[in-house]
Ligand binder design. Structure first.
Ligand SMILES: [Zn+2]
Length: 254
């Protein structure tokens, strides 16, 4: 990413409201996007930027594939048993209608342009940076404790009587976060705005079919910050310019 040529920044400010109670994972546990939409940091719940990034990435992959665009499948999303042998991996990737994970040395797919390439130490950063969303007007009563009996995954039987407690955050909890784009193309901002629409329908995190993970997401503002004659000038933008640019991109061949 050409930080040395930094000339414009677009900041999309988002607000979130939980529409169902959401499970909270401890901040020190390894995070997987699928399992933990909310973690606790410094005593307060946050929606990690990495969760948001992962959820929006898969939404955009789905959206673009559905429109017949070629997008790659991140290496981490290929099941381990298909990763080891090249032939097998290629067959798997083709079978799900995707491209091999993008190589940063070559032209990358539209998803990687925004989110960066995954895996490898020569990865390419994308144009978008996803900040953690912080809780607003928080009070500890919003945290609920739930107990359930641990079930072992293999046998679906009750594990020797261990009672698990997990925390959830109440529905109606509010968060605010920012997605920042560095020197983006307009279609890239539009792609994220469309992916947000998809995410609203799909929900975030695990147990979605049980009604978990439903988030209301609102675009509060889009600000363009441009460097002009050595000074940063800030202008409010509306969604339409960006969505139109994205629709144009979708209608182009390739
Ligand atoms: Zn890619």
């Amino acid at each position: 990413m050409g930080f040395e040529k930094l000339s414009n920044i677009i900041e999309v400010e988002l607000s979130f409201k939980t529409l169902s109670s959401l499970s909270i994972q401890a901040g020190d546990q390894p995070q997987t996007v699928a399992e933990s939409p909310i973690i606790k940091l410094g005593g307060e719940p946050i929606i990690p930027g990495s969760s948001l990034k992962g959820a929006l990435r898969s939404s955009l992959e789905g959206l673009l594939s559905a429109k017949g665009k070629e997008v790659c499948v991140p290496l981490a999303a290929i099941p381990k048993e298909h990763r080891r042998q090249e032939e097998d991996r290629k067959k798997y990737v083709k079978g799900i209608g995707r491209k091999e994970p993008c190589d940063p040395a070559n032209t990358v797919c539209p998803v990687c342009e925004i989110f960066g390439t995954t895996g490898g130490n020569k990865g390419l950063s994308g144009s978008a940076i996803f900040q953690d969303a912080n809780v607003i007007n928080y009070s500890p009563e919003q945290l609920l404790e739930r107990s359930h009996v641990a079930i072992t995954r293999d046998t679906h039987s009750q594990a020797s009587g261990s009672l698990m407690t997990n925390e959830t955050i109440d529905k109606g909890s509010k968060f605010k976060g920012i997605i920042r784009f560095i020197n983006p193309k307009e279609w890239q901002v539009g792609a994220i705005l469309q992916a947000i629409e998809w995410l609203k329908q799909l929900g975030i995190g695990s147990k979605k079919t049980a009604g978990y993970g439903q988030l209301e997401i609102t675009v509060e503002s889009i600000k363009l910050k441009e460097l002009k004659d050595g000074k940063w000038v800030e202008v409010d933008k509306n969604e339409k310019t960006f969505i139109d640019a994205f629709v144009d991109k979708l209608n182009k061949a390739g």
